[in-house]
Design a protein around this ligand. Structure first.
Ligand code: TMP
Ligand code: ZN
Length: 408
């Protein structure tokens, strides 16, 4: 297997088996046509990029029925508001002349803060349905995949950008060469390219293998980000860890030599050395840890079933698709998964076909256990669900290890 970034030979790490599209919540009449692929990861010893072996066609993942709306979690809305303020403060000297471009702008959750202040902006979003929601909120949005071509079209129409940003988007894009070239041509000389994604350091430390699914073709580290973008003349000058998505990293890049490289880069690179993110052994250990996690979760659910307990799932996240399919957990173990997204309700989970029910059913129900699939929103959920624990309900988590939480 060859690396998408540097073309060198890689080492296969995880084989999670047959896997459906993580976000493809489906109706019963579509079970027969459901698409599956082999979910495997590989690590490139040369450029240190951890990546999928095979990625399904983007048209299968991001289309008009794409079920992911950024604007569904309060904490994420707050995160994007703070992000917009921070970018504006750091990188916009004159709001009248500024131009902000966001790649994968989703429903406009971040850009709306620029739109409201009358700052020139453009979202680039491949999914028509979420782009439509963004436009309704006054966020200028172009329906396209970002690459060299899209960049030159934007350049022609709007000129160069002060900020090109992306959140949970770069790790979805296999052809980063085209993105990097597009960014370099679109960015002003003193502009910044800033993006954040789930961080490999957290995935390794927490065994959060549910970050691995069709959309996430890469899970980045600083080591890999430098190797990926430096050949195109983009320099990493600052990083900031984020708590979102169970541990993310924000990467700040500029055109080579335009800014002072901050200490944050050196410090985080040292942490990566300590974690062994440059070493294939670390990934072999990660594979063993995933296997152990699977065995423990399957055993726990079997024990609960044998004891006659009722178990449901909480939040039909994309991440849960990897867990459920890799562990082979179906509706015999988890009766249903409750979720607040109307588009998912009444459908079934990808691959294992567990029914997705409206959130109200969970609040009216009294299951014994709930598996916390949205573990990255744990705090927000525990606060909201005091009633569940008061009624004697218990949470099951699997990150960083499989356990029943006795107290929350
Ligand atoms: P994600 O942002 O981790 O991918 O989670 C998205 C899904 O989780 C989405 O379908 C909404 C669902 N969800 C709930 O059902 N209840 C909640 O309290 C939270 C935070 C998310
Ligand atoms: Zn490589």
């Amino acid at each position: 297997m060859f690396c998408r970034i540097c073309n060198n030979q890689t080492q296969v790490i995880n084989s999670f088996g047959r896997m459906p599209i993580a976000n493809n919540f489906l109706k019963q009449d579509s079970f027969k046509e459901e698409y599956f692929f082999d979910l495997e990861t590989m690590f490139c010893i040369s450029c240190k990029t951890f990546q999928l072996v095979e990625q399904p066609d983007p048209q299968l993942m991001f289309h008009e029925n794409y079920a992911f709306f950024s604007g569904t979690s309060k904490k994420m809305a707050e995160h994007f508001k703070i992000m917009a303020e921070s970018y504006r403060q750091q990188f916009i000297a004159d709001p009248q002349k500024a131009f902000v471009v966001e790649l994968g702008s989703n429903d406009g959750i971040m850009l709306k803060h620029f739109a409201r202040d009358g700052i020139k902006h453009l979202g680039v979003e491949p999914s028509e349905n979420v782009a439509h929601v963004a436009r309704e909120q006054g966020v200028a949005t172009k329906v396209a995949f970002f690459g060299e071509q899209t960049a030159s079209a934007i350049l022609e129409e709007h000129g160069q950008a002060d900020i090109i940003c992306a959140a949970n988007v770069m790790c979805h894009i296999p052809d980063l060469a085209s993105v990097a070239k597009g960014v370099v041509s679109l960015l002003k000389n003193d502009g910044v390219f800033v993006f954040e994604d789930p961080y490999l350091g957290d995935v390794i430390q927490k065994t959060s293998y549910d970050q691995i699914y069709d959309e996430h073709v890469y899970i980045f580290s600083l080591l890999s980000v430098q190797q990926i973008f430096e050949p195109y003349g983009l320099e990493l000058f600052h990083v900031e860890p984020q708590i979102t998505h169970g541990g993310s990293m924000r990467y700040y890049l500029c055109l080579q030599g335009q800014r002072v490289v901050q200490d944050s880069v050196k410090k985080q690179l040292e942490i990566e050395k300590t974690l062994g993110l440059d070493n294939v052994e670390t990934f072999i250990n990660f594979r063993d840890a995933c296997e152990k996690s699977r065995q423990e979760l399957v055993t726990l659910l079997k024990e609960l079933k044998a004891a006659g307990k009722r178990v449901v799932g909480y939040a039909a996240t994309s991440k849960s698709t990897t867990i459920l399919n890799y562990c082979g957990i179906g509706k015999e173990s988890i009766e249903y998964i409750s979720d607040t997204t109307p588009l998912k309700q009444g459908k079934f989970s990808p691959g294992m076909h567990i029914p997705i029910k409206p959130y109200q059913e969970f609040t009216n129900d009294t299951p014994d256990y709930a598996v916390l699939f949205a573990w990255n929103h744990a705090q927000e959920i525990f606060e909201k669900e005091e009633n569940f624990t008061k009624k004697g309900g218990k949470w099951i988590t699997f990150i960083p290890e499989v356990k029943v939480l006795e107290q929350v």
